[in-house]
Design a protein around this ligand. Structure first.
Ligand code: PMV
Length: 303
């Protein structure tokens, strides 16, 4: 007997960094980029089987501390047979702001839930996922988990929490991987230092927040041309904080030269991914083709 669950990735459309100071961040599910967790009986278990590690669960690297926590919470209980193997099959690159840890936590919880017939409620699943995320990232906003658990755009701000926004944009998002791990901690500290020492940078962060509000309107009006313009304006501000890199700049330029409606980094910066917008399938295809020789991976998501 085995149980599996497939969870998808996420990308921040807009609002990264500004969200730290109270603005909205918009995060979109990437259903074309997935990770599957499978639980099955294993006489040698409990074991973990991933690309990076294969062996005893208790000796798994620190990276899997959130998954180990879930195992303790859900498996190591009286009366439950712990002789199982947990296998991850992931297409989501790690540390790119694509929500790989949230997706692995969610897929693990749901696969264990079904294998052991635990009947966990949705709030219990979210709460366990958030606790696993906190172990991996320190106190996390929960935006990644909300988005990998949703098929809708998710808006988050510190005051009002999460709002799921129904409906489509009728556009395509092209996601290009720089191949470089982003450092959220470092990037957030860089932005904070500049905000604290410069009124101009403080003003620019406010502008990012305004762009994020306008992006939500553009989404609701299905105005992809406007959203593309907003992407470009946000990228200019993010560049001014020094959190873009030469690879990000290159991918943004290539996407725009190929006709993208707009392009920007997504997530913390200093690596991670670039996102570009297209209003037809053909344009998305052309942008993806242009990006492929320069990127470590390119995916296209219909919005
Ligand atoms: O790269 P990600 O998905 O971890 O996004 C970071 C988003 C920031 O706004 C830069 C940080 C944060 O905690 O919101």
């Amino acid at each position: 007997m085995s149980s599996d669950f497939t969870a998808h990735a996420k990308a921040i459309l807009i609002g990264e960094h500004a969200v730290v100071y109270g603005a909205d961040a918009l995060s979109v599910p990437l259903t074309s980029l997935t990770l599957t967790a499978r639980v099955e009986a294993d006489p040698a278990g409990p074991t973990l089987n991933t690309e990076g590690y294969c062996g005893d669960f208790d000796e798994a690297p620190q990276l899997f501390s959130g998954i180990r926590f879930l195992f303790t919470e859900l498996v190591e209980k009286p009366g439950r047979d712990t002789r199982v193997r947990l296998t991850f099959d992931s297409h989501i690159p790690m540390a790119r702001g694509l929500g790989s840890s949230a997706a692995s936590a969610l897929a693990t919880i749901r696969a264990l839930n079904s294998y052991y017939g635990l009947n966990l409620s949705e709030p219990e699943i979210i709460s366990l996922g958030n606790r696993a995320e906190d172990i991996v990232h320190g106190k996390a906003s929960g935006l990644d988990l909300q988005t990998v658990n949703s098929d809708q755009l998710v808006s988050f701000n510190k005051e009002s929490g999460f709002t799921h926004i129904p409906g489509n944009l009728d556009a395509w998002l092209v996601i290009a991987d720089t191949g470089v791990e982003g450092s959220t901690k470092e990037a957030v500290a860089m932005v904070r230092d500049q905000r604290d020492s410069s009124p101009l940078m403080r003003h620019r962060l406010d502008e990012l927040g305004t762009l994020s509000r306008r992006a939500k309107q553009a989404w609701n009006q299905k105005d992809s041309l406007q959203l593309g313009t907003i992407f470009d304006a946000a990228q200019e501000i993010l560049v001014s904080f020094g959190i873009s890199t030469s690879t990000i700049d290159k991918l943004v330029d290539v996407a725009r030269d190929a006709g993208a409606l707009g392009a920007k980094l997504s997530g913390s910066g200093l690596g991670g991914v670039v996102i570009a917008l297209a209003n037809t399938r053909e344009l998305a295809h052309n942008v993806a083709q242009a990006l492929r020789p320069h990127a470590h991976g390119v995916w296209v998501e219909q919005l």
